[in-house]
Design a protein. Structure first.
Length: 271
């Protein structure tokens, strides 16, 4: 997300009246201040101590959030949710679809333990209402520190998921570090945390994401982007087969195996 992107978003919402010139000058920051004042309650933390760059991003996030584009936390950092929100906004303005088709891979790798968890269409019955307190009641204490994907200065030592999934998530990472060792976990970027619970719809869709149930996890999204196939995704490499085997043995469904894209993502729900 560059300054021109931010100016376009702010201009479209009526906050910015200057040229789309990619230069964050007084008019741009005046628009940012107006957004901060009007949408103060949407911000995760008050932005008054943020850097100028974070304030710019935060303002764009707040406007995208108000427009229903679901950029994730309004925190002034560009992660994959913010990037996808910008794609959705651009696509809507252009009058084109931003949906991400999910087509099951024929002969996809599977494990019998995946049957312990529901199909996506039955998640409400198995997990209860999306966004309910049970969706973040499970605590996963990690056996190694992770780094937040969009702010690697922030260390993640635990995260929260659905109460039914704390054990399998915990066991996945416990067995992963036992197999690879700490050094290879870091070398392979399996320590880059991209988020678990997030009450939102599927990108470009009308149904809720598995993240809305606290039943999915993303890892290293920058190198395993939503629309990338095995030809581009880092996690499609053979080095990661043991990790995905561990995920499946504990009931998880890797998106890369199930529908051939979104290699950052695995979920406790079958297609």
């Amino acid at each position: 997300m560059n300054v021109s992107d931010i100016q376009l978003v702010l201009a479209d919402a009526g906050y910015y009246k200057g040229a789309i010139d990619g230069t964050a000058g007084p008019k741009t920051y005046s628009a940012v201040a107006a957004v901060e004042k009007l949408h103060a309650r949407s911000y995760r933390k008050p932005p008054d101590r943020w850097s100028r760059r974070r304030r710019l991003i935060g303002a764009a996030q707040a406007v995208l959030h108000a427009g229903g584009f679901e950029p994730g936390h309004i925190d002034g950092y560009v992660g994959h949710n913010t990037s996808e929100a910008l794609i959705a906004w651009r696509s809507k303005k252009a009058g084109v679809s931003w949906s991400v088709p999910i087509v099951p891979v024929k002969g996809a790798r599977t494990h019998a333990n995946q049957a312990l968890f529901p199909r996506q269409s039955d998640m409400h019955t198995f997990y209860g209402a999306a966004g309910g307190p049970q969706c973040t009641a499970g605590e996963v204490v990690l056996p190694f520190p992770m780094l937040l994907a969009w702010n690697k200065q922030q260390v993640i030592r635990r995260f929260f998921c659905h109460e039914k999934l704390a054990r399998p998530f915990t066991d996945i990472f416990r067995h992963a570090v036992k197999h690879y060792g700490q050094a290879d976990i870091e070398r392979l970027n399996l320590n880059i945390y991209g988020g678990c619970f997030n009450y939102r719809k599927k990108r470009g869709g009308d149904t809720l994401s598995t993240h809305a149930y606290g039943a999915a996890l993303d890892l290293n999204p920058a190198k395993n982007q939503l629309r990338w196939g095995a030809d581009r995704a880092q996690f499609a490499h053979s080095d990661y087969e043991p990790f995905w085997n561990i995920v499946m043995a504990h009931g998880g469904t890797p998106a890369g195996y199930a529908w051939g894209a979104d290699w950052m993502h695995f979920q406790f729900a079958r297609l």
